[in-house]
Design a protein around this ligand. Structure first.
Ligand SMILES: *[C@@H]1O[C@H](CO)[C@@H](O)[C@H](O)[C@H]1NC(C)=O
Length: 361
């Protein structure tokens, strides 16, 4: 058996190796694409630098002598150096590395190829250092993207690695499209136009799950919450008219397009058909039906008294009432009996407690 220390060291070594391998795999895959974007940055900045220096000359002023020498500056090594200096952010390692590695190519292009190959990106990134491909092409040999290099993914998606030496040329389709060629429509969309090379997907009517046209009569299948009517069109299902109702006893049902919701009845109702105290099916206990609505019953003013014990009073509240002992009486053994006045006894002892007791009353 290995010692724990050795085991630990081996484990650490192993995870290090795995990490490095993992890093290299993802790194090299990513690099092929990122090499091209680095190169794109460089040639874009070259073109910017070219424009900026177009208005300059050796000195910076515009004297007559400088005017005469301007033509020389235009094609000079000095101008090239000035442009090359501005190609990368100083912090971008990849960019500076690429420029250093291929500095000679800029000179070659500047002095010998510029006229014949004015597009620097094409000459440098695609044809010379071969980190990019023409638009619509991908991979080491610049193969055509799925759907062809003219309109990759038939104009309905993005080709993996498009314009770089990386990627696999496959399509990731735009929102409403799918399939290897991005010619098919996703559920809820239909092909308004379609041939072997062109496809336009348009949204179905909101009642369709799938469809062949724009109206609710063109559904292949109705969406959930919708059903075929006798004209073969998808119409809203009224869930609320179902028996039994899909809602609870103390709720009313609200039908919506494609769905429904259950809402709480007013608290004065027992069952209801809608919101508010006017839509009760029956009144909740403590409420009575008056003029089409449910109102509180004043139990205390009914002819038959509800608080029946002696020395007891009644107070009405919403939906109910309470009985409590009259002033000067207190509840004891379910009866209202006269309070024993504690003040009388304590009065002689301390005047303070007496005062506070009076105050509380
Ligand atoms: C496909 O349809 C598009 C758009 O309607 C049209 O421009 C194109 O010529 C058509 N292609 C074929 C092969 O029919």
């Amino acid at each position: 058996m290995l010692s724990t220390g050795l085991q630990m060291r081996l484990m650490r070594l192993l995870s290090c190796v795995t990490l490095v391998l993992l890093f290299q795999v993802t790194d090299s895959k990513k690099d092929l694409k990122s090499f091209c974007s680095t190169c794109r940055i460089i040639t874009d900045n070259f073109n910017k630098g070219f424009e900026i220096t177009a208005k300059q000359n050796f000195g910076g002023g515009n004297t007559a002598w400088e005017e005469r020498t301007l033509s020389k500056y235009e094609t000079s090594e000095i101008r090239l150096m000035e442009i090359v200096e501005g190609l990368c952010d100083s912090s971008s390692f990849d960019c500076n590395h690429m420029v250093e590695e291929h500095e000679d190519h800029f000179e070659t292009w500047w002095f010998k190829r510029k006229t014949k190959h004015p597009d620097l990106h094409k000459w440098f990134c695609i044809d010379t250092i071969k980190v990019c491909c023409p638009k619509g092409m991908f991979g080491p040999d610049c193969s055509a993207c799925v759907g062809g290099s003219e309109r990759p993914c038939h104009g309905n998606g993005k080709c993996d690695g498009d314009g770089t030496r990386g990627g696999d040329g496959k399509c990731s389709c735009d929102d409403s499209y799918r399939g290897e060629f991005c010619l098919d429509c996703i559920d809820g969309y239909f092909n308004e136009v379609r041939n072997d090379t062109f496809s336009l997907c348009t949204e179905c009517d909101s009642s369709c799950k799938t469809c062949t046209g724009a109206t609710n009569q063109d559904c292949d299948e109705c969406k959930e919450g919708w059903e075929d009517d006798d004209q073969e069109a998808c119409v809203d299902v009224n869930e609320c008219s179902k028996d039994p109702s899909p809602c609870e006893e103390d709720q009313y049902c609200l039908n919506t397009d494609g769905s429904y919701s259950c809402k709480a009845c007013d608290k004065v109702c027992t069952g209801c058909t809608g919101p508010g105290p006017d839509s009760c099916q029956a009144c909740a206990s403590g409420y009575q039906h008056t003029e089409g609505t449910c109102t509180d019953i004043d139990e205390c003013s009914q002819t038959e008294p509800v608080c029946t014990r002696e020395n007891e009073e009644c107070v009405n509240n919403k939906g109910s009432y309470v009985c409590f002992c009259s002033e000067g009486y207190e509840e004891r053994d379910d009866e209202c009996v006269q309070k024993i006045e504690p003040e009388k006894e304590e009065e002689s002892e301390t005047s303070e407690t007496t005062t506070s007791a009076h105050g509380e009353l």
